[in-house]
Design a protein around this ligand. Structure first.
Ligand code: S3P
Length: 421
């Protein structure tokens, strides 16, 4: 029921291509973002075939090659940033572009460390298009990340893996560690040591050993829409199966539990070196909370839907230290505030967060909400519609296909009435 993890699906096709053996990936997220990453890999010579949630990567007989045209990463920031690392170390020449949203997103956070590492990456005023030409990745590059970003960390590590070099990356705040987990799964030599704050990650050049299959676990970020739907809807009782529960990703569970959410985890197990389980949720009466600091990178993609939970909670919720939201697929803090204003939820917007004064009452207005073309904003406000007396209309929802292609089907199966106009 829970679609495959977007971050892991993208890493699986990238590392799978580097392993250069026949590999079958199961549970792949057949959404636009992982598909654009797979297409980008095929453009440089990989042989990836996608059939639904099954992916086959075939061994290549020839080395990676220059793409014959611009490589289009669509809406995917992860795809672009991870491919910057990979392509930089393969001695290729390539230009990376994306859709309107991606072309506005900051890329120096990746190109700067890659260039320090010996790559040759040029941005256009800090944004795409990205021109990569042949460079030479240095051994033993040591980088302390100024921002908390799993994409930056992963791009640097993937560059080192592809170039057979050692690298050390220090993150001051822990971020999702799927790249490290996957490298370990393929028996690469990577270790993460907790520091005062955050982690020091050291990769030592090593031969990765392929497995014939890799199973992608369900996406916690997609499950979070179902979790909040279950909490705020009346008389609900739902079980979401096969959800990734990597501790660097599922901080929203503890946040929602502190708000009074009744959530329990069942059937916990490990799949492909990732924690996974089934999440049981029942309708709950929620109260406001303050969240900020180290937990923010862990819940960064869940803040839009957390804002909806906060809107129907008693009292105030304060979200701070979340300035990164301003440079996601949209300016998510502004997009959340715009949507909340439309549904009459009191709030105050800050540069790095938002204060929301919730109310357990249902929404009585039936406004048109702008998703700003952002999948997580669109899904969040559609879920808010569960508590609307007269329905809710969210404009511009096509980008839901980037991360949760069967959202309408899944929500309809839970009894939600969703109509497309
Ligand atoms: C991702 C990392 C996060 C997250 C994004 C996916 C990844 O971004 O917001 O949706 O797959 O590494 P940052 O690393 O830029 O914070």
């Amino acid at each position: 029921m829970c679609p495959g993890d977007k971050s892991i699906s993208q890493r699986a096709v990238i590392l799978g291509s580097l392993l250069n053996e026949d590999i079958a990936i199961k549970g792949f997220l057949n959404g636009e973002d992982p598909i654009s990453t797979a297409n980008a890999l095929n453009a440089i010579g990989s042989s990836i075939t996608i059939q639904g949630t099954s992916v086959t990567i075939n061994k290549r007989d020839i080395p990676f090659r220059n793409p014959d045209k611009e490589v289009d990463l669509g809406n995917s920031g992860t795809g672009m940033r991870l491919m910057m690392g990979l392509i930089s170390s393969l001695n290729l020449n390539a230009t990376l572009v994306g859709d309107k949203s991606l072309m506005k997103r900051p890329m120096l956070r990746v190109s700067n460390p890659l260039n320090e590492m010996g790559a040759s990456v040029v941005c256009n005023e800090g944004r795409p298009p990205i021109s990569i030409s042949e460079g030479k990745i240095n051994n033993n590059f040591d980088y302390v990340m100024p921002i908390a970003s799993a994409q930056v960390k992963s791009s640097i590590i993937l560059a080192a893996v592809a170039a057979n070099k050692n690298v050390t990356v220090t993150e001051k705040h822990p971020t999702r560690n799927h790249t490290e987990r996957m490298i370990s799964y393929f028996q690469g030599n990577i270790k993460s040591t907790p520091e005062d704050l955050g982690n020091k990650i050291q990769y030592t050049s090593s031969k990765l050993i392929p497995t014939s299959t890799y199973e992608v676990v369900g996406d916690f970020s997609s499950a979070s829409f179902l979790i909040v739907a279950g909490l705020i809807a009346e008389q609900s009782n739902i079980l979401i199966k096969n959800v990734g529960l990597n501790p660097t990703r599922c901080g929203l569970i503890s946040v929602l539990k502190s708000m009074g959410g009744i959530i329990d985890i069942q059937n916990e197990r490990m799949v492909s070196n990732e924690e996974v389980g089934d999440i049981h949720v029942v309708s709950s009466s929620l109260k406001g909370i303050s969240v900020g600091g180290d937990i923010i990178p862990n819940i960064i993609d869940e803040i839009p839907i957390l804002s909806i939970a906060a809107s129907f909670a008693n009292g105030e919720t304060l979200i701070s230290d979340a300035k990164e939201l301003r440079v996601k697929e949209s300016d998510r803090l502004q997009a959340i505030a715009d949507g909340l204003r439309k549904i009459n939820i009191q709030h105050e917007l800050y540069e790095d967060g938002i204060r929301i004064t919730g109310s357990p009452d249902d929404i009585s207005v039936c406004p048109e909400i702008n998703s700003h073309g952002d999948h997580r904003i669109a899904m969040s406000f559609l879920i808010a519609g569960l508590r609307s007396k007269n329905g809710i209309y969210v404009k511009d929802c096509a980008n839901i296909f980037t991360s949760f292609p069967n959202f309408i089907e899944v929500m309809s199966s839970l009894g939600m009435k969703l109509n497309e106009r």
